[in-house]
Structure formats: structure tokens, C-alpha cells
Ligand binder design. Sequence first.
Ligand code: ZN
Ligand code: ZN
Ligand code: ZN
Length: 374
Amino acid sequence: MEAESAPFTLDDFRLRMERSAQAAAADGLDGLLITPGPDLLWLTGYQPTAITERLTLLVLRVDAEPQLLVPVLERPDAESAVGAGAVAMSDWRDGVDPYEAATPLLSVDGEYAISDSAWAMHLLGLQHRLPETRYVSVTDRLPMLRAVKDDNELARLEAAGAAADAAFGEIVKVRFAGRKETDVAADLARLLREFGHEQVDFTVVGSGPNGANPHHEAGDRAILAGDMIVLDFGGLKHGYGSDTTRTVCAGDPTDQMREVHDIVRAAQQAAFETVRPGVACQEIDRVARRVISEAGYGDEFIHRTGHGIGMTTHEPPYMVEGEQRPLVPGMCFSIEPGIYLAGRFGVRIEDIVTVTADGGHRLNNSDRGLTIVE
Ligand code: ZN
Ligand code: ZN
Ligand code: ZN
């Protein structure tokens, strides 16, 4: 057994709420409206046991103490959350209109950023009660709210990455040829749990032509000798995500398989070497794409280069053309270029990377060479 990571403290949650309210004010907003999901968990440590039609709403404003409105029957759970010590709590009972209960917490003609994961019925209910209030999405206006990780979050992400690397170290010892993709995927899920993940989110095993479809998860196809196999897997460990990809070959690769793998590896390396504070996110994408395009496979690199990771496995910042915001120390994201040859095979190599004061630091360090499996 390994040590538990240090728990988040009341001060951590207080600081996150303060900074978020300040970021909203700096962007000309009156505040933030947060419903259950990763934002609420990050801000308060609170996650209702079931996310239901009953309204739970955290209101953050720069000019007021944080306010958390909860269904009365969930109040004891909410009060036991660490961050509850930094909020003023109120509740509502079945039979009253929860949106009316929320009304005193908001300014009548204000503008608020609301959680992307807020149910439409809650937004519609608020709009009905406060027709002059304007709402924008958190991701639209404050996409970097959770993007810069603190030391405790980085330690958890690093541990999740190390566990994913350990899982890769074991998966290459199992038999591939003759087994189904779903069998290898089950092995991957078991290994992620063995190395401490409490949740497995995806176990992609894309063999042969299936590897050329980046959205393929795992299917009934029996892996053949000579197949390239894309392995992309991750989940949550101590609440923080892992996500790594390696491409292996079941037996002898062809010259083209080696060539394509070398190109993807060079693109991934070049993008990694570009990471440093102040560089625009889109530059990471451009550098990876340039390597692949110059090698003649630009049309076969059919997705963005990366995505942020934290309490969810896909979140801002995105390494994509058009994202001009700069990298900041503490940001954490994937670099995962790929080449997909329809009907034949695919290659992708993915590491999670954090931005340091003077460059980048990889949280995945398993062998990036073309590993041969049985
Ligand atoms: Zn991935
Ligand atoms: Zn990814
Ligand atoms: Zn490290």
C-alpha cells in the first residue's frame, strides 16, 4: 500500500473560491453559479451522493461571502464537506420553489458564469425567476478556472501518471496475438486498479485497422500477428486523472509502421520541447502538426494535439489552433499527436505534461519506442 495523498484543507478551498470570484469580477461578471460536478468538487470538496433534479447551487461573488444553497435533506452531507467551513449555507424543502429560494443570493440584473454541467432545468428555473439576469458559460468566459494546478494537485497527477506507466510496464508482458481487444482492455482496467486508480475511464485497444479510428475503444476483433495496436488508457487516482497512449506491435513491424511511429514520436518530442510559460497553446499544436505535415502525413493527423487534465480527463486548456491563451506554470495537459491510415493502422503517443517555471515536465515516462509484444 502506498501513502494516501495529503487531503485538501479548508484554506485550499477558501483560496480557490476567493480567486474564482476575483477572476469573475476581473472579467466584468457579477459572480459564478456552480452546480454539482467537477467545479463544485474543486471549489468546496462537496459532491452530492447523487446529482438529481433537486437544486444545489454555490454562488460566488467578489463582494459577498460564498453562499451554498442545498436541499434540506442533503444539508448534513454538505456540512461535512471540508470547504463548507468557508461558505454560508442555506437550504430549501420539497414543496417550495428552489429558484425562488436562490433569488436572494443573486443580483436582479447581474451577469453570472454558470457551470457547463448545470442542468438546463436549473438554468431555465433561474431565468424564469430572474428574467433580467444574464448567464454565460464558465468555459466560455473563465475557461482557465481550474487549469493551473497547485502542488497537491500536481502531486496527485504525477502519482496517477506513474500508475499509468506501471500499468503499461505490465500490459506489454501479456499475450496480444490471438486474443480479443476486449481481453487486453480488461487486463488494462485491472492493472490501473491494481496500481491505485479508483476509477477507470477508458481503455482503448485499437488493433490493426481499428487503430486508425481514434474513437475506437475496444471490440471483438482478434489481434493478429503483425498488428500495430494503439493502447490509450486512464482514469482517476485520488481524484485526479491519468491519460497515456503507447502504440505497440504484435510481432515484426513493417518499414512503414516503423517510419510512421518515428514521425509521431518526433512530433510528440518537438511539441514537448516547445512547452514553457508564455507560449500560446496553439503553438504546441502547430509544432506537432508541422513535423507530421513535413513528413507527408498532415492529412492523417485528424485531431487536436492535446487537452487539459485534472479532476476530469478532458478540460481546458486545449492545445488546438485558435487557442491563443498562454501556457502558465502549473497547467497540466496531454501532448498526443497521431497518424491514422484508414483501413490499415494508427499510431498515437501521449504523455501528460506540466508547465514548469522554465519548460515542461512529463508525468508519463514509460518507453516511447515501438515496443514489440507477443
Ligand atoms: Zn488518451
Ligand atoms: Zn488524452
Ligand atoms: Zn515528475
